[in-house]
Design a protein around this ligand. Sequence first.
Ligand code: ADP
Ligand code: MG
Length: 705
Amino acid sequence: MSKESLDRLFEPNSVAVIGASSTPGKIGYAVVDALNVGKYEGNIYPVNLREKEILGHRAYPTIGDIPEKVDLAVISIPAKFVPDTVEACGQAGVGGISIITSGFSEVGNHEAEERIVEIVKRYGMRLLGPNILGTLSNSQKLNASFAPMLPLPGKSALISQSGALLIALDAGTYLRGVGFDKLFSLGNMADVNFADIVEWLDKDDHTNSIALYIEGMNDGRRFMEVCQKSSKPVIALKSGVSAHGAAAAASHTGSLAGAAKVYGAAFRQAGVVEAQNLNHLFDLTQAFQLQPTMQGDNLLIVTNGGGVGVLATDSAERYGIPLKYLPDDLQVEMKNYMPDFGSAKNPVDITGQAGLEGYQKSIEFGLKQDWVDGLAVLYCETAVTNPMEIAEGIYNAVKAAGSVMDYKPVAVAFVGGEKSAEAVRWLIDNGIPAYDDPDRAVSALSGLRHYARMQEEKIGMAEIAQADDGAYEKALSIIKGARESGRDALTEVEAKDVFAAYGLNVTATTLAKTEDEAVAMAKDIGYPIVMKVVSPDILHKSDAGGVVVNVKNDQMVRDAYKKILDNAMAYDPNADIFGIAVQEMAPFGTEVILGSTTDPAFGPVLMFGLGGIFVEVLKDVTFAVCPVSKAQGLKMQSQIRGARILEGARGEAPRDQEAMADLIARYSTMMYDLRDEIKESDANPVMLYEQGKGLKVVDARIILT
Ligand code: ADP
Ligand code: MG
């Protein structure tokens, strides 16, 4: 959508309030009042069937009676009247509609909502909501909501799916000192969604950073694309990560893929900084709004107290920017700015004796050094120092550092009482992010670093593996065959054929219907071989005693054949058994899992982790939205806890991570290509060998949509 289509909705020259009221306490009163209090400079048109005037504005009986084509219509009337009113708006040439009224899809009333969307589309209007608070913009002096005041002014924008939360956070902006130019309430997202607004804000001169509160998403992929392209940092808090229908999933991947993991992966891939809670969302927003991102890993900490210094050091490690000692020559000079018993290592401890001068000089010196990429200044309130004076010292030192501040972020933490709180607020008001806890300051800086890293990594992430010619057609014909026989799960043999079509290295596998056939196939493949039951009713073959490995000769083939059949019958007497798979035995390797599932917001997602039978116990897995590049495939291998096992721990040779990355990329392409056909799949295990020796997929599972 072009910017123009949303301009009338978000930057209107005129606003009609449909359902305006002169009765205090009604939403239709609150909205007109809010427009007045916010000093909106455009035309305000209350719409009310009976009233002649509302809160100083001439009222009109219907939208059609207003003498101009209104840009924005805010609707707050009972749900049952909304569709006809939207139609009237369309006829009257309204540009954008903001529906505050609830009682639509959020309570199962999909029909009315769909009708509204149809009308809106027909007239080329845009729709925010329904079920929202409204929109607020300081630069437009526009409070088109029922929140009593515009937020504390600033350069961020906040988009919240929940209107109730937004009205609370609006008030909270004053308390927190984090300013916003715009607040948007999204509600049911029947038309305008997160992606639309982020895209629009990216071009908005009054916004430099974007904060999101997300409950769910309907267009995850477009959201990712828009965020990837956004020139402004996007910070997101996702709620509802605990219940995601994970339990009933048929595959390992399904059961391990909670919303938290999938959204986390999508954010990483899209370069979105993830917040853990509301305070964190605000802390990050403050830092991104006031500071540049952090271009390197070297964080300098200046403190007047050892305790807070150690706490900050712990935080730095926890958040992925572990502290390093200052280079020796810098330590020697830094020593000049503190008493003898101070420490110039990093954290630089200028001691409790340090006053204004100690802070000012050490900060000025530190910021000048190329080695320093970012700075955290910590202060413990003492009997001999005045917090406000220290704050001013910090401010002056930062100002004196001049243009390096364009690429070196600073954050401050003051631990103390009311005087410290005042100083913190003063710093914020003067453009320096400040907090009451070293952990918050370091966490905010780590967000600035993390964002810069994601920007660096974007390069090389875009190259997606191409499927071999004819892969899709081949896969489709196998899938069609299974569907025709009434199945929604492929056998291992079929699944491996699909995998092989996409160039995945699977063990050669054939299906034997008799003992003699099995012996012949085994000889063809060459001993040792592996034999497995093939039945659409037995998904976990070893649980049924349906897998025999290391079969070395003809007699063993015959024995295994009988044994597997017996076990399978005992396990499930009604199981439909297609035969026994005879396959190449892969040498033992590190067992990893590759899996995929379909997420309601993002479609096919990929899981990689340490596999084998303990995958659900270890839960050492990481996710990505398909398709992913080989570069990303490499990155995923570093994201699991057991990454060092792959890198070669305890004298073991490193695993073939290149081959694994290639497999991840191809697998993700397969899943993306076949997203309309495959619901879930996994390759568990994949035997991963040492560097240069490749890998082998020994088991394959595909569940159809
Ligand atoms: P399921 O997961 O249905 O129980 P698998 O096919 O994964 O059955 O087999 C169980 C285990 O047997 C695997 O985890 C692997 O350790 C081993 N295995 C299976 N097939 C092979 C093979 N072709 N080569 C070597 N080992 C195998
Ligand atoms: Mg398996």
